[in-house]
Design a protein around this ligand. Sequence first.
Ligand code: PLP
Length: 454
Amino acid sequence: MSDQVKYLLSEEQMPKSWYNIAADLPVPLAPPLHPGTGKPIGPDDLAPIFPMEVIRQEVSTERRIDIPKEVRDIYRQWRPTPLFRARRLEKALGTPAKIFYKYEGVSPAGSHKPNTSIPQAFYNKAEGVKRLTTETGAGQWGSSLAFAGALFGLEVEVFMVRVSYDQKPYRRALMEAYGARCIASPSTETASGRAILAEHPDSTGSLGIAISEAVERAVQSPDTKYALGSVLNHVLLHQTILGEESMLQMEMADAYPDVIVGCTGGGSNFGGIAFPYLGEKLRGGRDVEIIAVEPAACPTLTKGTFAYDFGDTGHLTPLVKMHTLGSTFVPPGFHSGGLRYHGMAPLVSHIKELGLISARAYKQIEIFEAGVLFGRTEGILPAPEANHAVKGAIDVALECKRDGRARTILFNLCGHGHFDMQAYIDYAAGKLRDIDYSQAELERALAGLPKVAA
Ligand SMILES: Cc1ncc(COP(=O)(O)O)c(C=O)c1O
């Protein structure tokens, strides 16, 4: 059918394993280091914060890792997610390009994040953990872990970045409805939070600070562990289900992407859509151009330094080699809370260094313009984070129009914006500003990068 819009898979067609790109990398990833000794960390160093199965996945080089049946049974609630051909958007742009998007906003939390909150909760429960702590920026990850906690009978405590806590009371309410406790970060409940507040009583917070608070809390009790919503290898692994599904759906559409676009905060939805295709290319398959899109106000991949750094502001985490703006960098309070992170997934950073992907940065107003055009043509109003991918895909489609090239574009629409309407209200009222980061703040934060011999 030549005018088909949706490509749907049955529950039986849902992939039964995740794809691990570590198996196909031409150069292995630099190991995480112990902040005290500077030596590569071992499983025992991570055991206070993560369950063993998660640690095993973090370091695994097996190409395929089975998705437990219990996890697949929960995934069925919203997976497989639809793949759409953006026919009305193509028409509005007048582009010869074909635009496809994978839509992850159909999950209960409204984004890709439950793809990893469910397995993480499952592995923790299986190892006897009672309580999970975490950070959240936009509130998407906090809601997703709260949802997973409700299903597995785990207590969940979420440190929510202050600026998002104030911007998004309904995300907070959703977490609480699922039974989680939500605390504005920086808070007075942890030493890391108190240290920040002593110096900056009006701190808007950051993901780096919220991570410190959540990790600090987890290491204090043996029945409590920490769950991270992005950045680490196991999180990107879990997200590959969406890219794996999209491969089957693109086949149904008799198409293969020439270009893949995803937004990057910590890199997980981007890894999810891009890695299965990149893996195929690395194994001698078809070539594909892969573009990561990030906010110009927190430009980790385009302006960051590739170096060992802490994952958090309070320096409780191991050192990982990644593109970083410096662990104490506090991005301005723009409306894409999920992209306000100083670092990038080591896997995404590594493939950027290897020249396997490129990155673009966009400002706040232009990504909302793209999101509104998308809403007016395709009907779905994206999350502000997802608007970065929409803008990236639109720009590639317009380049195709200029050059008369009918390329096939695939992007990940990682979430809907129904809890982000204040941002759209501000946009419609002309109140949004293209807030820039401070160069002095960036230089100060980069000057604080840890000295590592490697
Ligand atoms: C809707 C949405 N998209 C993207 C992100 C960024 O995370 P990642 O880069 O790990 O996909 C977030 C993070 O909270 C999010 O909520």
